[in-house]
Design a protein around this ligand. Structure first.
Ligand SMILES: C[S@@+](CC[C@H](N)C(=O)[O-])C[C@H]1O[C@@H](n2cnc3c(N)ncnc32)[C@H](O)[C@@H]1O
Length: 204
C-alpha cells in the first residue's frame, strides 16, 4: 500500500503521549472566546445549516466562541464540544445550553475513548491538521473520530482551515487530494460539498 507523500514528510511520533498536539499552552492559538468565528468555520456552518438536523448528534471540535452551539443546539439532539482552552470551556458552560456539553479534552488523546460517550452523525473540525504534532497523533485523531461516528456519519472540514497550521508548517497543510488518500488507509469516502468544504464519510 503506498503512503501519501504529504504524510511521509511528517514526523512519525512526537513522544508526547500525555500532552499531544501543538500550542496547547498558547492562548493566542487556542483561546477564541473573544474572536469572531473564522471564515472556514462559517463556511462549514453554511453547509450544516442546509442539512436536515432533526435528531442529529454533533461533535464540534474546537468550540472557539461557542457560536456554533448557540446557532444549532435548538435544531439538533445534542452538541458536544472539545477544547484545550479552559476559557473556552468556561464560556461554553456559562451559556447553560441544556444539550451542549464541552469537554476539556484533546482530540489526539487516548482519553478521548474513555471520555466521549455519545455517538455522532456529524463531526465539525475546521482545523483538521492545524495543531498536529506527528503522524501517530494525526491518525490517532482520525481513529478517535471514526470510533465515535455513527454509520454514515461524516466529518466536515474546510480548505482554509487546512491551509492554516501552527508555525505555518507546510507539512501539515493538507489538500483535498491528501484527504482522498486517506481512503486507502481508513474505511472512508471523501467528497467535496462545496468548493472548499469537504466531507469525510464513514463507509458503514
Ligand atoms: C483557531 S481556533 C478555531 C475556533 C473555531 N472553530 C473557529 O474556527 O471559529 C482553534 C480551536 O481548536 C481548539 N484546539 C486546538 N488544539 C486542540 C486539540 N488538540 N484538541 C481539541 N481542540 C483543540 C482550540 O481550543 C480552539 O477552540
Amino acid at each position: 500500500m503506498s503512503i501519501p507523500s504529504r504524510y511521509d514528510s511528517c514526523l512519525e511520533i512526537c513522544g508526547q503521549l500525555e500532552h499531544p498536539g501543538l500550542a496547547t499552552d498558547m492562548p493566542i492559538w487556542i483561546d477564541h472566546t473573544r474572536e469572531d468565528t473564522t471564515v472556514d468555520q462559517a463556511r462549514i456552518e453554511e453547509v450544516v445549516d442546509r442539512l436536515d438536523l432533526r435528531e442529529q448528534c454533533v461533535l464540534h471540535v474546537g468550540v472557539g466562541n461557542s457560536r456554533f452551539a448557540q446557532r444549532f443546539a435548538g435544531r439538533v439532539r445534542l452538541v458536544d464540544g472539545l477544547t484545550v482552552s479552559q476559557e473556552e470551556k468556561e464560556l461554553a458552560d456559562s451559556l447553560e445550553i441544556t444539550n451542549y456539553t464541552v469537554h476539556f479534552l484533546s482530540k489526539y488523546s487516548r482519553e478521548f475513548l474513555t471520555t466521549i460517550k455519545n455517538r455522532y452523525d456529524l463531526i465539525v473540525d475546521n482545523n483538521l491538521a492545524s495543531f498536529a504534532c506527528c503522524k501517530y497523533h494525526f491518525f490517532r485523531m482520525l481513529d478517535n473520530y471514526l470510533w465515535c461516528l455513527r454509520p454514515r456519519g461524516r466529518i466536515l472540514t474546510d480548505q482554509r482551515g487546512m491551509d492554516w497550521t501552527v508555525n505555518n508548517d507546510p507539512r501539515w497543510q493538507l489538500t483535498f487530494d491528501d484527504l482522498v488518500a486517506l481512503e486507502r488507509r481508513f474505511p472512508v469516502t471523501v467528497e467535496k460539498i462545496t468548493n472548499t468544504v469537504y466531507a469525510i464519510g464513514v463507509i458503514p
